[in-house]
Design a binder for this molecule. Structure first.
Ligand SMILES: Cc1ncc(C[n+]2csc(CCOP(=O)(O)OP(=O)(O)O)c2C)c(N)n1
Ligand SMILES: [Mg+2]
Length: 648
């Protein structure tokens, strides 16, 4: 009898302890979630799992958090990355223990290189379950090595005051200027149920903090814009401005600053400057450009991650007396390792501290090269297309004026939408065809295809390079890409995050292999708050490898790997509208349908290696004004007739 009594008492105590212990997990998680919101976090991305239940339930109950969910952690990581890109805020994630955490790795790597702030709340098994054969228990501490800062929390216990927990989180997050932080959160079972009223006094230890919005432990550090006192002298010299990846409003401000100084602006596709001297990747291959620019005395670069190699190679050779690189992100940002000055500063305050007087252009000859490039673009299109393109260009661009740059960026750019994307009733996509669809043609007419007040996401591989070489994008129009590690994983998910963060219509252009890689993430587009159109460029495999000197006999099987999938079935699987236009007009029509709402997948069937070949030839300068018409015509023939026919 007494033995039974003892057993009963033991079980009773255990049960009581278990119940309160579970509640304590929840209390602990509530402090974590509240603490992260004090560091600008609004969006949180959650994947399913049991070990993470205390965190998930605390997030779900938090009034100021917008919760996004996805079953696939690799996609979830990229969704968070996209949200962080478009909001410029840190984004939190909750994942369960085990390989779920490891699946965030690609997004964390990209964030480290491109600066987005991710806060990973990884649920973990408690220490006694690690490395002993327990299920779903892996070594999670230090998993992301040098790619993320870490805070390894202990298992929840009321012996530790809440003010330790909150100040530990404040400390690590206040030092997070760029990249990811992993907060590893072990929880012991049970993970559900319990007395909701338990441990209120532990919570209450944080007093008025609960009613406020500020961190428990505020950090301050001096952030003064560095000023070059010799600027009044430098600004009278012959300068060149380089614009790499930056935010839309920064791009507009940099363009206005360069224009006032009369300095040529070499602008990357991610610059959002409006590229007043577009196609720099191509005209820099012309020896005349190098010659005219050889008088340069100072180069000021804003932002980094240049897509085209031409600007970088010009930079490596030009040897100006001064080279300044301005970017807020810490670390080395110049792959050419130039001698110069690395200025860690926010772009707009730095511009304000270095005023630009109105000066005449010192190298106006460059405009003639741009005109040549523009003319050679036309050779890729039929006559009807040329007329249409010219009209589109005419209506799309206005000059950037210094004074209005801020206002213009706030209005969504210097861009006016062509009539078809306004609220007119959408005509049915039809099978009319001005000319054969091509990647170069798409890049050329991209400005006319952008949704009004929208955002553009460019996939890696040929897509972003072709747009860099052949498109002049409107100033202040937001452009996003994953150009840190340049992975082809997670592009659809990143685009989905970009769309959700800004809640604007999104046009994403992605290669066929990249789309297939991230096909799961089409699920993220199903409930997009705004219209989303994904154009999948189906050139039958990774045609970037036709641009590279891969051995021709091995190219298809071991490099391009043409896919054999039916993208219409993929669209159907995830409930997306699907179009496969057969000409520019029917692409326009499909887009018009797409902008009405929901998610649309447009498959653009193009000749296999034509885009790769055009790019290769334009980079070699073969499209300069001296090249013959026949030569230009040859460029648009497929590179390898009868080559890979996969998916055709
Ligand atoms: C995760 C990852 N795996 C492999 C690569 C190497 N890679 C670069 S481009 C590419 C092919 C991409 O094919 P597709 O999306 O069809 O673009 P295309 O080359 O045809 O423009 C591959 C495999 C990569 N960048 N990222
Ligand atoms: Mg491809």
């Amino acid at each position: 009898m007494s033995g039974i009594q003892l057993f009963y008492t033991g079980a009773h105590f255990a049960q009581e302890w278990d119940m309160s212990h579970n509640t304590f997990n929840r209390r602990w998680a509530e402090v974590i979630l509240e603490a992260v919101t004090r560091h600008q976090v609004r969006h949180i991305c959650i994947a399913p799992g049991s070990r993470s239940a205390p965190l998930t339930l605390a997030a779900a109950a938090h009034a100021r958090l917008v919760c996004h969910t996805h079953f696939d952690e690799r996609g979830l990581g990229h969704l968070a990355l996209g949200l962080a890109k478009s909001t410029a805020e840190p984004v939190a994630l909750i994942v369960t223990s085990g390989t779920a955490v490891a699946n965030l790795y690609p997004a964390i790597i990209e964030a480290r290189l491109t600066g987005e702030r991710l806060i990973v709340l990884s649920a973990d098994r408690p220490a006694e379950l690690i490395d002993c054969g327990a299920n779903q228990a892996i070594e999670q501490t230090g998993l992301f090595a040098s790619h993320a800062a870490t805070l390894n929390l202990p298992r929840p216990t009321a012996d530790i005051p809440a003010r330790w927990l909150v100040s530990a989180i404040d400390s690590v997050l206040s030092q997070q200027t760029s990249g990811a932080v992993q907060i590893n959160c072990p929880f012991a079972e049970p993970l559900y149920g319990g007395d909701p009223a338990a441990y209120q006094s532990w919570h209450a230890g944080l007093g008025k903090w609960w009613q406020e919005q500020r961190p428990w432990l505020e950090h301050s550090c001096a952030t003064q814009t560095p000023v070059n006192n010799d600027w009044p002298g430098w600004r009278q010299k012959r300068g060149v401005v380089i614009a790499g990846k930056m935010r839309a409003e920064e791009g507009v401000a940099v363009a206005a600053w360069a224009s006032r100084l009369g300095w040529p602006l070499l602008a990357d596709v991610q610059s959002q400057t409006g590229q007043p001297l577009p196609y720099a990747s191509r005209w820099l291959a012309d020896p005349r450009a190098v010659n005219w620019l050889s008088g340069v005395e100072i180069v000021v670069q804003f932002g980094s991650h240049l897509v085209g190699k031409a600007i970088l190679s010009w930079l490596s050779l030009c040897q100006p007396a001064a080279y300044w690189l301005v970017e807020a992100m810490p670390g080395r940002r110049d792959p050419a390792h130039l001698r110069g000055c690395r200025i860690q500063a926010e772009i707009q305050p730095w511009l304000a501290a270095h005023p630009a007087p109105e000066q005449p252009e010192w190298c106006p000859e460059l405009h003639s090269l741009v005109a040549d490039c523009s003319a050679s673009c036309q050779l890729f299109s039929s006559e009807a297309d040329q007329t249409q393109l010219a009209a589109e260009r005419e209506g799309l661009f206005q000059p950037v004026s210094g004074e209005s740059s801020q206002a213009v960026a706030a209005e969504g750019g210097l861009y006016r939408q062509p009539a078809f994307a306004e609220t007119e009733p959408a005509p049915e996509p039809q099978a009319s065809c001005h000319s054969v669809l091509s990647e170069v043609g798409l890049a050329q007419r991209l400005p006319a295809l952008l949704p009004k007040q929208g955002v553009l996401f460019l996939g890696n591989s040929l897509t972003i390079r072709l747009v860099d070489s052949y498109a002049q994008l409107p100033a202040g129009y937001p452009v996003f890409a994953n150009r840190g590690a340049s992975g082809i994983d997670g592009l659809i998910a990143t685009a989905a995050g970009v769309q959700r963060g800004g809640n604007r219509p999104l046009l994403a252009i992605i290669g066929d292999i990249s789309a297939l890689y991230d096909v799961n993430s089409l699920a993220l587009l199903q409930h997009s708050p705004g219209p989303v159109v994904v154009i999948v460029i189906n050139n039958h495999g990774g045609q970037i490898f036709s641009l590279l000197p891969t051995p021709e006999t091995e190219r298809e099987r071991y490099f391009a790997m043409p896919q054999q999938v039916d993208f219409s079935a993929a669209a159907r699987l995830f409930g997306l509208a699907y179009y496969r236009p057969d000409g520019w007009q029917s692409l326009n029509n499909a887009l018009t349908q797409g902008w009405q709402g929901g998610a649309t997948l447009i498959e653009l069937q193009v000749a296999d290696a034509a885009g790769a070949r055009s790019l290769a030839q334009s980079w070699r300068g073969e499209l300069s004004q001296n090249a013959s018409q026949t030569h230009h015509a040859n460029l648009i023939q497929p590179l390898a007739e009868g080559g890979n026919g996969g998916g055709k």
